[in-house]
Design a protein around this ligand. Structure first.
Ligand SMILES: Cc1ncc(CN)c(N)n1
Length: 214
């Protein structure tokens, strides 16, 4: 079994809870209440900020140019297509500027920020990769539903298509192969560290979905 499959299997409870989450069912059905989507997106925008910083550390610590290019291209997408989606969704949902920039952070958002800072501060490529892989592979896992119709509202539909398009799918395939490659050459401590970051990320993903309904 590959390293990434092993990590996913070891975190199956949190992983499966996210893939089958109420948020996922409601966003596909187009029934996600606007106040829930608003809470989700205002918190997630703070996630994205630190996520881009972590991508920067992956670019800095990667062991080859080819990997840096992949991350740089992905960072370009997040800071263009995904960033403009957030702005258009905030406009539609009536989120004022102050709340876009400085919302009161919830515990899962603050937890993610600490996790991403810890991964970046480790300056360990495998640990950065583990967190990035959970964030993107888990999102592909819930968003990639063959044959499912898209909801009408762009705020719902585009959040799905940002996470199930061909470019995203190929980035996730590459991320997993990169984690497998790095895991195969890492020593026991390196694999243990990456596994611990993977676990923290999977747990937080689940509480992030849960908390927007609390
Ligand atoms: C919490 C969270 N996790 C993952 C993703 C996917 N980039 C996201 N936008 N937000």
């Amino acid at each position: 079994m590959s390293f990434s499959d092993e990590l996913r299997r070891d975190n199956a409870r949190d992983w499966d809870a996210c893939v089958d989450h109420r948020f996922v069912r409601e966003i596909f059905a187009g029934t996600l209440p606007p106040e829930v989507m608003r809470r989700y997106l205002t918190q997630d925008y703070q996630f994205i900020d630190r996520f881009v910083a972590l991508l920067g550390m992956a670019i800095a610590t990667a062991d080859r140019f080819e990997s840096r290019i992949r991350f740089a291209q992905f960072a370009a997408m997040i800071t263009s297509d995904e960033n403009t989606y957030f702005q258009r969704a905030f406009d539609t949902l009536g989120v004022p500027d102050a709340e876009r920039r400085h919302p009161v952070l919830t515990a899962p958002t603050a937890g993610f920020q600490t996790l991403m800072k810890d991964a970046a501060d480790s300056r360990d490529y495998g640990s950065c990769l583990a967190v990035l892989t959970v964030a993107e592979w888990l999102y592909l896992s819930w968003a990639d539903r063959a044959g499912e119709k898209l909801p009408v509202d762009f705020v719902h539909a585009e959040w799905i298509t940002l996470h199930n398009n061909d470019g995203f799918r190929s980035f996730v395939t590459w991320l997993r192969s990169e984690l497998d490659r790095v895991g195969a050459t890492a020593d026991t401590a390196g694999r243990t560290n990456a596994a611990a970051f993977f676990r923290r990320a999977a747990t937080l993903e689940r509480s992030f979905f849960d908390h927007i309904y609390e």
